[in-house]
Design a protein around this ligand. Structure first.
Ligand SMILES: [Zn+2]
Length: 255
């Protein structure tokens, strides 16, 4: 299994990352894709990849909540990192729009998003996108930029069936994680309509742990719980959920 979105570089793992990795591997989670968030996370991610070169892949991008201060200069620096060694990164991420915490800088967030989407086209990479309280402007950006070469994963997808269908029509994939297991979550209803053909699995560790760990620290081994939950609710075998979502991840992340 592939955990397509996990912040394993988080300080929440600084004490026991080796145990966390061991548990992930014994749960059958053999690849973890780490999105970059800000300048400090990149340093920690590099260390982790050196330690687990066969299991950890890195993304490069600036999170929408970090579009503040010197963000343009940070993107200038990331421009150079992409230029020097595009094969160091599996995807552009974590990028997106977040209007939950701050609506005032939406113009800058959209500017940063478009600038980072250019990397997808220039270096032939998918994106891993964060959307919070921002479906309307996100869909607008994606509609305007629609082209067969630009696609990626809408991570931690919790949107409506209508939004899911439009994203899939545009060629994108949906990242499904622990939120699907929460009471009152609409994710399973959406998946029962659209199936698993465009679904990849993720934990978003250390956040959003699935039931029965809800509220606790999340980790990549819990991807298994998410897959079991989906196979239960959607009446598929575990092997099918594992196979289809892993194949999807390999397709969109070009492995
Ligand atoms: Zn994330």
């Amino acid at each position: 299994m592939i955990d397509t979105h996990a912040h394993l570089d988080s300080s929440k793992f600084s004490e026991d990352i080796d145990e966390v990795m061991k548990r992930a591997l014994s749960a059958g989670v053999t690849s973890m894709y780490l999105p970059n968030v800000d300048d400090e996370s990149l340093v920690r991610m590099n260390c982790l990849q050196e330690r687990y070169p066969n299991h950890i892949e890195l993304m490069l991008g600036l999170h929408p909540c970090d579009i503040k201060g010197e963000w343009e200069k940070i993107l200038d620096r990331y421009d150079k990192l992409w230029e020097v060694n595009p094969s160091a990164f599996i995807a552009v991420g974590e990028i997106g729009l977040d209007l939950y915490w701050d609506k005032s800088n939406i113009g800058e967030q959209i500017q940063a998003l478009n600038r980072q989407l250019d990397w997808c086209l220039k270096y032939d990479k998918p994106f891993s996108m964060h959307v919070r309280d921002a479906w309307e402007p996100t869909l607008k950006v994606l509609r305007e930029r629609k082209c067969p070469e630009l696609n990626g994963v809408l991570h931690c997808f919790t949107g409506s069936l209508e939004i899911a269908s439009e994203l899939i029509d545009m060629g994108h994939y949906l990242g499904i994680g622990g939120v699907a297991t929460f009471k009152n979550s609409n994710v399973v209803n959406v998946l029962s309509e659209i199936g698993l053909d465009r679904i990849v699995l993720e934990t978003d560790s250390p956040y959003l742990a699935p039931v029965p760990y809800r509220g606790k620290r999340n980790e990549s081994s819990y991807l298994q719980n998410i897959a079991i939950f989906l196979s239960d609710k959607l009446d598929y075998s575990f092997e099918y959920v594992d196979q289809v979502t892993s194949d999807n991840a390999n397709r969109i992340f070009q492995r």
